[in-house]
Design a binder for this molecule. Structure first.
Ligand SMILES: [Zn+2]
Ligand SMILES: [Zn+2]
Length: 198
């Protein structure tokens, strides 16, 4: 990530990396309040972040001790957040709802989640147009985050977020089709049938 602040030819290459969907998802997540740094050293250009497991990650513009960085060796959300805090990297403006790259919603798995969010009759309470939050299916949900385990693990929009987005009219409700109903039902049976016998 050091190339970001240096004006050398590889900057263009790196810019391309930042445009990839995987990276833009990390950029979108980095803006969430819960990813605010625990500490920030502006001179050293380092920060610490609280990890999901309670660990503390040490982050610089070059590296991060989180699992995501160690696996991919590409900028993680902590590095993007640090770069933003230092004014080096502008995280995507939230012109798209939730700050999500719009094409994420076209991925098949996400289309399923949108469908579930629209038609699973999830309970919605405490809906606020002002804060754009609600309790969906019992989880406190905003357009950019959700308390549920699925969101916690994947960091990509869950059915609760999509349900809220539809309620707030930032996302169009998909058309109901028997084919999709069948597909969702099949998947549901696959996952939940053992539990349903109880
Ligand atoms: Zn990290
Ligand atoms: Zn959720």
């Amino acid at each position: 990530m050091e190339e970001i602040k240096e004006e050398n030819p590889t900057e263009e290459e790196l810019k391309e990396v930042h445009k990839e969907l995987d990276q833009r998802l990390r950029q979108a997540r980095a803006t969430a309040p819960k990813y605010a740094p625990l500490s920030l050293d502006i001179n050293a250009q380092t920060a610490t972040f609280k990890g999901s497991s309670g660990r503390v990650y040490e982050t610089s513009l070059y590296t991060c001790t989180c699992r995501d960085y160690s696996i991919r060796q590409l900028p993680c959300k902590h590095m993007y957040r640090l770069a933003q805090e230092l004014g080096i990297f502008a995280l995507p403006p939230s012109k798209h709802w939730g700050g999500w790259p719009p094409e994420i919603h076209s991925v098949p798995a996400q289309k399923d989640r949108i469908y579930c969010g629209a038609f699973e009759n999830l309970s919605v309470s405490e809906l606020s147009e002002t804060t754009q939050t609600a309790k969906v299916g019992g989880f406190l949900t905003s357009l950019s985050s959700c308390e549920c385990r699925g969101f916690h693990e994947t960091g990509i929009p869950c059915k609760h977020i999509y349900c809220l987005a539809i309620k707030l009219h930032v996302l169009t409700r998909p058309e109901r089709t028997t084919e999709m109903d069948r597909r969702i039902e099949e998947r549901y049976n696959l996952i939940f049938k053992p539990k349903r016998k109880q």
